[in-house]
Design a protein around this ligand. Structure first.
Ligand SMILES: Nc1nc2c(ncn2[C@@H]2O[C@H](COP(=O)(O)OP(=O)(O)OP(=O)(O)O)[C@@H](O)[C@H]2O)c(=O)[nH]1
Length: 353
């Protein structure tokens, strides 16, 4: 998870530190060779004299003493110095599947906040850049903060949660993971086999339902998915079940008739929450699909699967930015417990630990 992105950020830090160390040595050497111009360094000049006096007394190298003087001063971070650093960071983020618009906002914000900032000599520029990057990421991710547990607690029951997305991204497995999570929190759950299109989809959900001990409502392959989900809601109402988790057939976002069918499912079954599921690995394709599903049918949030198999991880940063809707969970493996609640703290903790 995030392996490549983490490595790249580590190398980035190291490079910034090394360049900074070289720059400081250059400055010290330049100062030794040519004393500070008086106009710029009245205070430094005073200190230098003190230092020279002391150095003579203590036989400490003049170079070290002057270094100490230099270290007590601050430098202003200028645009020139930042330019190379920011373009390197930009590349790292783009290569890690962070969408262009997000990278653009991050680098612009870094520039706005860092250019002109004073830093003590000796304080690492890489620390300053990374701390600021964390705070910008947090700000971006928190724009669409959403607490799924709180939602479930407060929603009118039974609540229908509809899962949509393209084929094979892990939608059905994710429904099973959510069912496990909800039942272990004490909620009652029924699953609706709304993927009536793919051969084997009903059996797949049935298998999960059996493993988890939850009821499944199903019709035959080829049946109207809206009718299946409608029946599941009726069943939940009759039996006092809290949550209906509704599967739908995976469909390409470009297939208008299938997307229109989702519109019908939504109209008939009035989900309290429509969740778009896609795989983190799909990178910018997943972002584009999320945007199109959101435009066409309206989503309330996303779940990203297979983060365990994605060394880049930028999709998790971009998807809520692009859709304006939160990421609720991420899938981190194939077993029922491999589901983690998403938050800015979770993501930042994973990338920068
Ligand atoms: N490594 C990993 N694999 C996952 C994760 N979530 C799902 N999978 C696997 O992805 C594959 C596809 O999952 P499904 O749940 O069948 O996908 P689907 O989206 O329902 O497929 P359609 O019915 O075609 O839409 C399965 O082998 C799952 O075990 C995850 O978080 N990590």
């Amino acid at each position: 998870m995030f392996k490549k992105l983490k490595e790249k950020l580590k190398i980035f830090r190291k490079k910034v530190d090394e360049e900074e160390a070289r720059e400081e040595v250059r400055q010290v050497e330049a100062r030794e060779a040519k004393p500070e111009p008086k106009v710029e360094a009245e205070v430094v000049e005073e200190k230098r004299k003190e230092v020279e006096k002391e150095a003579k007394k203590e036989k400490v190298s003049l170079k070290d003493k002057i270094k100490a003087v230099v270290f007590e001063r601050e430098v202003i971070i200028d645009e020139g110095k930042l330019e190379g650093i920011l373009s390197e960071l930009e590349m790292i983020l783009l290569e890690s599947d962070v969408a262009f618009d997000v990278v653009d906002e991050i680098t612009q914000k870094l520039k706005d906040s860092l250019v002109g900032r004073r830093k003590k000599i000796g304080q690492k520029l890489s620390d300053i850049v990374i701390d600021e990057l964390k705070s910008i990421l947090k700000d971006i991710l928190d724009r669409n903060r959403f607490d799924f547990d709180e939602f479930v607690r407060n929603v009118d029951k039974p609540a229908n949660i509809l899962f949509v997305g393209v084929n094979g991204t892990g939608k059905t497995t994710t429904i099973a993971k959510i069912a496990k999570r909800l039942t272990s929190q004490g909620y009652s759950v029924v699953v609706a086999a709304g993927d009536t299109f793919r051969a084997g989809a009903i059996e797949q959900l049935e298998e999960h339902a059996k493993n988890l001990g939850v009821k499944i409502i199903k019709h035959k392959t080829g049946a109207d998915p809206a009718a299946v989900i409608f029946d599941a809601i009726k069943h939940a109402e009759a039996k006092g079940i809290d949550i209906v988790l509704s599967d739908t057939a995976g469909r390409m976002h470009t297939k208008k008739n299938l997307i229109d069918q989702l519109g019908k499912i939504k109209r008939v079954t009035k989900p309290a929450l429509t969740i778009f599921v896609d795989e983190s690995l799909a990178g910018n394709d997943a972002i584009e699909r999320a945007r199109m599903f959101n435009d066409a049918v309206g989503i309330d949030g996303s779940i990203l699967t297979k983060l365990d198999a994605d060394p880049k991880g930028g999709t998790a940063i971009s998807i809520s930015y692009i859709t304006g809707k939160p990421v609720l969970f991420v899938g981190t493996g194939q077993s029922y417990d491999d589901l983690e609640k998403f938050s800015s703290e979770w993501l930042i903790g994973r990338i920068f630990d």
